[in-house]
Design a protein around this ligand. Structure first.
Ligand SMILES: [Zn+2]
Length: 134
């Protein structure tokens, strides 16, 4: 992702868009809320307002650059749409988001749709979890 990708997505290259894109790419955490991005930019000394972060993320979502997830019990999180399909696990205590992909689950879902006379087009699977008691 770079400025070229912004233009390709039909978006003009503006400083807030570039900064937010860089933040999403540089972050170790692939799933960030608008507030997370805002805070990270502030810590990096970038002057981008929270309203701008929200607006740019919505534009990125519409342009297919990011995916928005509305997980239960938290604010929406965003991730770059540069990865293939995967499912998510969300910790109800910490809000941590873990990605996983299980070939068995993928296969089973196709079969289940098929058994009901459908062709599976897409799915989203979220596991809500808690840390194991020690
Ligand atoms: Zn993800």
């Amino acid at each position: 992702m770079d400025n070229h990708d912004l233009r390709k997505a039909g978006l003009k290259v503006t400083l807030p868009r570039v900064k937010i894109l860089q933040q999403l790419e540089a972050s170790e955490e692939r799933h960030m809320s608008a507030e997370d991005i805002y805070k990270a930019l502030m810590e990096a000394g970038e002057d981008v307002g929270l309203a701008t972060v929200y607006r740019v993320l919505t534009q990125f979502e519409q342009a297919g650059i990011v995916m928005r997830h509305n997980f239960e019990g938290g604010s929406a999180v965003f991730e770059l749409a540069d990865e293939g399909h995967h499912d998510h696990m969300v910790c109800l205590e910490t809000g941590q988001v873990v990605e996983f992909l299980d070939p068995e689950i993928e296969k089973r879902q196709k079969l289940i749709a098929d058994e009901h006379g459908f062709e599976l087009m897409d799915h989203s699977l979220v596991l809500y979890v808690k840390p194991k008691k020690k």
